[in-house]
Design a protein around this ligand. Structure first.
Ligand SMILES: CC(C)(COP(=O)(O)OP(=O)(O)OC[C@H]1O[C@@H](n2cnc3c(N)ncnc32)[C@H](O)[C@@H]1OP(=O)(O)O)[C@@H](O)C(=O)NCCC(=O)NCCS
Length: 195
């Protein structure tokens, strides 16, 4: 089994039914900027809507530095049909001592409500449990962003509680819903699918 540093240092490309999850490239800047400038996409995430493509390029340079330093990494989400980059999904942190991690994601508004993020999250959970050997994967969303809770539940995560005023985001303290899935739950669900 590779260490998590080795895995993050060489993030793979993964295919799902409709999506490609792969490392970012500088040539993704235009596609990423196209939706990262949308305040509706940025409303419930911890970054501000991009004001210029230079900001998007700076973000890509940051992701590339993360790969080089083997830090918890982010995949871009591209459509298999066209190759267009429509989102990102990745690991916010990993605690090796507890074998736990948190995932976060965002998707271009033009592609919401087609099941894309549920598909991407399911693949990243599998990656976390099989390639990173994690035991627990968390995700959290602001209480007034219920669509993200649907994604977490649809990917098999369990609601664990509400964390009051957990984050300070865009000028206000926000309550968040915490979700998690354990390796034994993930394995049991997979056995059911293959039975
Ligand atoms: C949240 C987000 C990732 C969802 O992605 P998506 O690809 O549209 O998600 P899916 O299509 O897989 O699933 C969406 C689910 O939310 C539900 N939903 C959509 N809008 C909703 C709303 N306003 N209230 C409640 N549920 C809603 C859909 O019905 C669906 O659930 P279902 O399949 O159980 O019916 C996307 O909206 C997004 O990127 N938003 C901006 C960034 C963001 O909020 N990131 C998450 C931060 S925690």
């Amino acid at each position: 089994m590779q260490t998590y540093l080795e895995v993050f240092g060489r993030l793979p490309t993964m295919l799902t039914r409709r999506l490609i999850l792969r490392p970012v490239r500088m040539s993704d800047a235009q596609d990423l900027y196209e939706y990262s400038r949308d305040p509706e996409v940025a409303r419930h995430v911890l970054w501000d809507a991009h004001r210029s493509i230079h900001q998007t390029r700076a973000y890509i340079r940051y992701l590339l530095r993360q790969y080089r330093s083997c830090a918890p990494g982010t995949f871009v989400i591209a459509l298999r049909e066209t190759g267009k980059v429509v989102g990102t999904i990745g690991f916010m942190w990993v605690q090796t001592e507890n074998r736990s991690a948190e995932v976060g994601y965002s998707l271009s508004r033009a592609y919401w409500n087609r099941g894309f993020m549920t598909e991407a999250l399911t693949a990243v959970l599998e990656f976390g449990f099989t390639r990173l050997n994690l035991n627990r994967i968390e995700a959290q969303h602001e209480c007034d962003n219920p669509a993200s809770g649907h994604v977490m539940r649809n990917a098999g995560m369990t609601h664990e509680g509400t964390l009051r005023q957990r984050i300070y985001n865009k000028g206000r303290f926000a309550d968040v819903e915490l979700y998690a899935i354990l390796k034994n739950e993930f394995d049991a669900a997979r056995r059911e699918v293959h039975a």
